[in-house]
Each structure stands twice: as C-alpha cells, then as structure tokens.
Write a protein that binds this ligand. Structure first.
Ligand code: ADP
Length: 450
C-alpha cells in the first residue's frame, strides 16, 4: 500500500475518467462469468436461497476485485500524480512510501523519490548561494543597479541606496534620469565619470553590462567611487614629478650657480689673470650645456604630457619598420621581414615608437659590440614587432617604464614611457625583457590588426 508522508498535505482522492474506465473494464472482464453463473442458476434446479447466496457472493467478489484494482494500480498512480504536482508547485519534501517492490511501478516510485531529493538538495544549494550573493551585494563598497528595458530601476544594493540617499523601496521603479544616472546608461560602457549624486559627489569608475531577464534586455550598472584612490594616485604622481623636476633642475642649477660665483671672482680680480678669457669661455660653455640639458629634459617632459590621440589609418607595417631602421646611422640594423600585414595605426606615432626602441637597442648593443635585429610576426588578432639586441640586457625591469628613469648620462628616461603610452592608445602593448635565447634584450610591440 502506498502512502504519502504524514508531514505533507493529503490530496483529495478525485474520481477521474481513468478510474471509471478501470471500473468498467473490471466489470466487462467479469461479465461473461457473471452471465454464465446467472444462466446456470436460472436453468438449474436450485432453491432461491442458493441462487441469492451465489449471486450475493459474485457481486461481493466483483466489488472486491474493483477495489483491488483501484488500490494496487489506480491509487499508486494517483499518489504519484499528487507527488509530481507537489514538486511542480515547489514542495520537494513529499516522498512516496511502500515501494520496495522490484516491479516497474516500484522503479517509477524510487525515481520520483530520488528526483524529489535531488531537487530539494539543489534548491537548498540555490538558496544558500542566493543568500551569500545577497550578503556580498550588501557588503561590497560598490554600487550595483539593474535597469529594465524602459530604463527603470529594477534592483539596487545597499551601496546604491547610500549613493542615492534613499531606501530601495523608494528608488525601485524610478527612471535612470530621475535618479541622476541617465548619463551612465549612454556613451562608453566603461569610463571614469564625474557624478554629483544625493549621497556622494566625485569621480566614479563606471561599468555597464547588458543582460537578459524574461527575454527582455536589462542593463547592469556598477559604480565605484574612485575619487579617493585617484586623488592619492595624483598626489603620488605629483610627488614623483616634483622630485624628478627638482632633481633635474638642481643638477643643472647647482653647477650654474657655482660657476657664476667663480666667474664673478675671476673677473673681479685686478689685475685679471692672463688666461681669464679661456676660463670665462669654458665656464660659459658649461652653463650653456647645462641649460641645454635642462631644456631637453623639459621638452621631453612636455612631449609626454602633450601626446595627441592617434589618427589611425590601415597601412602595411613593413615600410614603416624599414624606414625606422634606416634612420639609425650609428650601426647597421638588420631587418628580417615577416608576413605582409596591415595595421590600423597612426604611422607617425608608431614610427616614433620604433625609432625609440631601435635607438635604445643600438645604444645597448654599442656597449658590447653586438648586433640589432628588427622583425615582425602574426600573433593571432595582433601583430608583434620585435626589436632584439645583443647588448648587456636589463638588470632590473621594474623601473623601465617609470617616467624619467634612465641609466644613460644624457638620457631623458622618457622614451619607453612615451612608447608604451602610444602602444596603449592603439589598444596594444609594449614590453621589454631579456632575451631567452641569448644575451641582450627584446622589446615587443603588439598592435591589434585591421
Ligand atoms: P633613455 O633612453 O633616455 O634612458 P628610455 O625610457 O628609452 O630612456 O629608457 C629607459 C632605460 O631603460 C634606459 O636608460 C636603459 O637603462 C633601459 N633600456 C631601454 N632599452 C634597453 C635595452 N634595449 N637594453 C638594455 N636596457 C635598456
């Protein structure tokens, strides 16, 4: 006998057409035997009492048979239907009992019970994951908003509530424009935006991502207040710049001041020294040279700050590499051609990058008397230009791209920074590392194709 666990609600046994059919089929199956018995009792020489006794027994057996069919086949099916209906409505706690039989009905019952258990475990896992997600959403210091296809707010976390200085139930349903977030749903999906919101004002890193819910397009908007880190970053940058500028200016001004003092002493002597002219001339030469150096430094610094956005044109890389290599007069730069490739780039800027990289490679190779080779290759969606040298290689790579870092007496420390800035403005990358296959370094410039 199949029963539902007592902790679940019992469903009313309903008479369905299937039940009626089963009853009629049992009746029809028993009908020939009943008719035969009725005929025998009619024609036979039996007393009415015997007739009534057999008739009553036959009807009782028939009703017993119908009841047995209902309880062994129809009730289990109805119980299973009830369990499946409960599962459909989200009640996974119902189990069917008394299904130890190894027949097909027993197998179905076991499968249904396993299904209920699996769904219960999965729902528990989903609830736990949902609870964790809710907690994370409420704890992260990043505001998260979801807007429906009409740009009305459909979801907001606690940081979002703080940012808009209103509770969730007041905010939900308002349009992005009403909430002051209209601009965030247009333009670049990732940007730093200056926002003035009821709960905060400053620079925010904004990220927008579309997603679909119920087949409709929604927008997920994430806002992170980056004012403080940016201010700190700016402060650090200013400190670095002031340190470097101060160092450079002092390097030039200190000898100029001391020379100026020496020259004043020299020309104030009476009588003047015999070689005073040469001394003054050489002193003035040093002053001019220091001023030139300061001038070069300031020009290099200005070029870093004033780099314009690239004007990209699709063009082949080969002529550009050959031209840049040909400009180097101090050493022979070997160009090993790669495949014919075209890149969308600002020719002037990329040529400047190549000139800088080749200049560095030639200067490094000059220290050891080694060679320099430039080549390019296809790297999936990018092209890679390599400038290899057989110089001494790089001691420490951490400072290479730090503005004004140089190990050369007349270096500016701007070249690599400028080159990386240009590469990144093209959506590419620039790295400089020691060669794996021998002495020296290799600069790799990667640019997206087309
Ligand atoms: P600069 O050439 O004016 O020094 P860069 O920014 O071009 O400025 O280079 C910074 C520093 O990186 C150089 O001073 C040098 O120490 C190092 N460097 C650059 N290229 C190479 C190279 N091919 N091999 C070894 N060191 C290099």
């Amino acid at each position: 006998m199949l029963t539902l666990d007592t902790n679940v609600r019992r469903r009313r046994w309903r008479q369905t057409p299937v039940h009626r059919r089963a009853m009629w089929m049992t009746l029809w199956a028993a009908l020939p035997a009943l008719l035969t018995m009725a005929g025998l009792l009619w024609v036979g020489d039996f007393s009415p009492r015997v007739g009534w006794t057999f008739g009553t027994l036959a009807v009782l057996f028939l009703l017993g048979g119908i009841a047995a069919v209902r309880s062994t086949v129809m009730r289990p099916l109805q119980t299973l239907a009830n369990v499946l209906a409960a599962v459909r409505e989200g009640d996974f706690s119902i189990r069917v009992r008394g299904s130890a039989d190894d027949d097909s009905l027993g197998a179905v019952i076991r499968e249904v019970n396993t299904l209920g258990e699996t769904l219960r475990t999965q729902r528990l896992g989903a609830h736990e994951a949902e609870a964790l997600l809710d907690k994370v959403m409420d704890e992260i210091p990043v505001a998260v908003f979801a807007f429906d296809e009409d740009c009305h707010l459909a979801l907001v976390n606690r940081s979002g509530e703080l940012l808009l200085a209103r509770p969730e139930k007041v905010l939900l349903g308002h349009s992005a424009a009403e909430l002051g977030l209209g601009e965030c749903l247009t333009g670049e999906p990732e940007q730093i935006a200056e926002l003035d919101l009821p709960g905060a004002k400053g620079r925010f890193k904004m990220h927008r991502e579309p997603f679909r819910e119920g087949g409709k397009r929604h927008e997920l908007l994430v806002l992170a207040d980056v004012s403080a880190p940016l201010r700190e970053e700016e402060r650090q940058a200013w400190r670095r710049i002031v340190r470097v500028l101060g160092h450079e200016i002092n390097n030039s001004l200190a000898p100029i001041r001391s020379l100026a003092g020496s020259l004043r002493n020299l020309i104030s002597r009476d009588p003047l020294d015999a070689d005073w002219r040469e001394d003054v001339t050489s002193g003035l030469d040093v002053i001019a040279s220091r001023s030139d150096s300061l001038n070069r430094f300031m020009a290099a610094y200005a070029s870093l700050a004033r780099l314009p956005a690239p004007t990209k044109v699709v063009q082949p890389i080969a002529p550009l590499v050959r031209r840049a290599a040909g400009l180097e007069q101090r050493a022979n730069v070997k160009v090993t051609p790669g495949p014919d490739l075209e890149v969308a780039m600002d020719g002037d800027q990329i040529e400047q990058v190549l000139i800088n990289l080749i200049k560095n490679a030639v200067e490094a190779a000059g220290e050891t008397g080694g060679g320099v080779e430039v080549t390019w290759a296809d790297a999936d969606a990018r092209i890679e230009v390599c400038v290899c040298d057989e110089g001494p290689g790089i001691g420490t790579t951490s400072n290479l791209f730090v503005p004004f870092f140089t190990t050369k007496p007349k270096g500016s420390g701007i070249g690599l920074v400028l080159c990386r800035q240009i590469a990144e403005a093209h959506g590419g990358t620039l790295t400089l590392e020691n060669r794996a296959s021998g002495p020296g370094a290799v600069a790799r410039l990667q640019l997206p194709k087309g």
